[in-house]
Design a protein around this ligand. Structure first.
Ligand code: DTR
Length: 330
């Protein structure tokens, strides 16, 4: 009897020791802190979507996860985001895939002249494309979401109403958009978006080729008084996470992040499309920006010049044993 009581007491003693030892670990561990690197300045859409994602994650995990955001290239610059996340310099990063066209061959297909109507549709198509083909380029990271800009148009300091007026004009663009500009005969100048304001001010470029919300977010409407509507292509973005960090997260947190992937793509697309409209209303009303729509005959000429681009992408992708036929349903 005495021995049994001894065992019970010893058991209770050990149990309380374990719970005391166990307790401080959970009590002092606090929330899981994650860093999130982004390259453009705060008011731009990649950062707006980042802040929305942060808020959602913190809410849905009841504060179990806290995200520290680093906009404006303060933690990693535009072209260093992917490798910085792989190396663990940041836990999470948002990158524009168009800035490294060769590296993201499959997902950059979304930047071909496909006539995608808006950012909402393009973002969801891009996200599906990723989920379906899981390209090797992302093997070393966990992909949290993808989205695109709205379709691109030419913003310029000089009026551009036809191909002759575009010929040889230095215009800034990256990736698929740069290829399109080249096909139209412009002098495309490649650089990430954050370098564009200075290039415009110094006159290195006479315009840029991007979605139109930047007219307001970067105040480009103060310099570029003309817009030529081309409505193609979109620029693709990816939000990626360090693989070890992802693997270290509790299951319930992983589920919250996974559950946000499609919603975040759609939210960003909708925000982007609405924001473009607001930015253009402001540009026309407050900055006197003039918008050119190409005449039907002229537009047909511009479109014709783009035909080889998709054909060339299919050829290059085939050489790398990728599935271009299934991608385009041909
Ligand atoms: N059009 C792409 C991507 C892009 C569109 N809006 C922004 C704002 C901030 C950074 C990038 C982008 C580009 O021109 O880079």
């Amino acid at each position: 009897m005495k021995r049994t009581l001894g065992f019970v007491l010893a058991g209770i003693f050990l149990a309380s020791i374990f719970s005391i030892i166990g307790m401080p670990a959970t009590a002092t561990a606090g929330p899981i802190k994650l860093t999130y690197a982004n390259f453009p300045p705060v008011p731009t859409f990649p950062c707006v979507q980042m802040e929305r994602w942060k808020k959602e994650v913190e809410k849905r995990t009841n504060g179990k996860v806290v995200i520290d955001t680093f906009p404006g290239g303060t933690l990693l610059k535009a072209k260093a985001i992917m490798d910085g996340v792989i190396a663990g310099t940041a836990d999470i990063g948002n990158l524009c895939m168009a800035y490294q066209p060769g590296r993201f061959l499959i997902t950059n297909a979304i930047a071909l002249p496909l006539g995608l109507p808006n950012s909402e549709v393009a973002s969801l198509v891009l996200w599906d494309l990723y989920k379906k083909y899981k390209p090797k380029a992302f093997d070393k990271v966990k992909v949290l979401t993808m989205f695109t800009s709205a379709p691109s148009n030419i913003m310029s300091k000089i009026p551009i109403r036809n191909l002759e007026e575009l010929k040889g004009v230095p215009i800034r663009a990256s990736g698929g958009a740069a290829q399109i500009l080249k096909a139209w005969g412009a002098n495309r100048v490649g650089m990430p978006m954050p370098e564009t304001p200075e290039a415009l001010q110094k006159g290195v470029v006479k315009g840029l080729f991007s979605s139109l919300e930047v007219m307001k977010d970067f105040k480009f409407a103060e310099l570029c008084k003309y817009v030529t509507m081309t409505q193609t292509p979109v620029y693709p973005f990816a939000v990626v996470m360090n693989m070890d960090k992802w693997n270290s997260l509790p299951k319930d947190v992983q589920e919250v992040l996974d559950g946000l992937g499609t919603q975040q793509a759609a939210w960003t697309g909708v925000y982007m499309d609405k924001h473009v409209k607001k930015a253009m209303a402001w540009s026309k009303k407050k900055q006197g920006v003039k918008v050119f729509r190409l005449l039907k005959k002229e537009k047909a000429k511009w479109n014709k010049l783009l035909e080889p681009i998709t054909a060339d992408w299919i050829k290059r992708t085939k050489q790398k044993a990728c599935p271009p036929r299934r991608l385009f349903g041909i």
